[in-house]
Design a protein around this ligand. Structure first.
Ligand SMILES: *Cc1c(COP(=O)(O)O)cnc(C)c1O
Length: 242
């Protein structure tokens, strides 16, 4: 299938927002859930269509791709980096994307330290938001800390990285993207432990979980930040990109 046409992207955004709102209401949650439009591999035209439909938060997975796209989009876009971030690219990402809002994939102290060092609070007038990525599925190929290691890394960000704001925990489900409620409940349990140990309120600490196939279930299970790609922009064609 070809990339979705303009009308399709704006219609898909409206549809997903409506489903997010309904799921939020069903879960009886007070605060709105953030929709991150995951635009990896999609052309800037598709992102502009989403922007014109009112979408402001975009998620990208690859450093080179976000470096290419960010300057071509309006400055009021909030960029979320949601891919694996190699430590040697942290500085380039932070320097080249001044409207970077959030790195959702912090999984080592070293990466946290490098982001903290590269982020200039004076210039940005805000801290850089970060999530600690947790590997809840136990797959070796997946990045993220073990659930037991989320607390020490969260503590490190809070206590040693004054230029970063610890937002919460992020996880990716199984590779076939089927719903795995146990991954979601594990992340929620992890948040409980982190909040209790660090004296934080659970309401203040976010959970980033849920993608196209399972975002409503994720919201039901406590997600505050859903990352939706193919349902908005159409299926990704990786072969065309190579
Ligand atoms: C690609 C990606 C998504 C979006 O996946 P869809 O199934 O297309 O919605 C969400 N989160 C991460 C980390 C991704 O890499």
């Amino acid at each position: 299938m070809q990339a979705a046409s303009e009308a399709m992207v704006s219609r898909a955004i409206a549809d997903v927002l409506q489903r997010v709102a309904a799921a939020t209401q069903r879960a009886a949650r007070q605060r709105p859930v953030r929709l991150v439009a995951v635009s990896k591999t999609k052309p800037v035209e598709a992102l502009r269509e989403a922007y014109d439909a009112g979408q402001r938060v975009f998620g990208e997975n690859y450093v080179q791709e976000i470096l290419d796209k960010a300057p071509q989009m309006p400055a009021d876009v909030s960029w979320h980096f949601i891919g694996h971030l190699q430590t040697n690219k942290a500085k380039a990402l932070v320097t080249a994307v001044p409207n970077l809002s959030c790195v959702e994939t912090v999984d080592t102290q070293k990466l946290a330290n490098l982001l903290n060092k590269a982020w200039d609070v004076e210039v940005a007038k805000r801290k850089l938001d970060v999530f600690v990525q947790v590997n809840t599925s136990g797959e070796e190929t997946k990045y993220g800390v073990e659930p037991a290691d989320a607390l020490p890394l969260a503590r490190h960000v809070l206590q040693e990285c004054p230029n970063l704001r610890f937002c919460g925990l992020m996880t990716i489900g199984m590779p076939d993207y089927t719903s795995r409620p146990e991954n979601f409940s594990m992340l929620e349990k992890c948040r409980e432990d982190v909040c209790q140990a660090l004296g934080l309120s659970v309401e203040e600490i976010e959970l980033s979980m849920g993608m196209s196939g399972d975002f409503e279930q994720a919201i039901q299970m406590g997600s505050t930040n859903v990352r939706v790609g193919s349902t908005i922009f159409g299926a990704r064609d990786y072969s065309a990109k190579q």
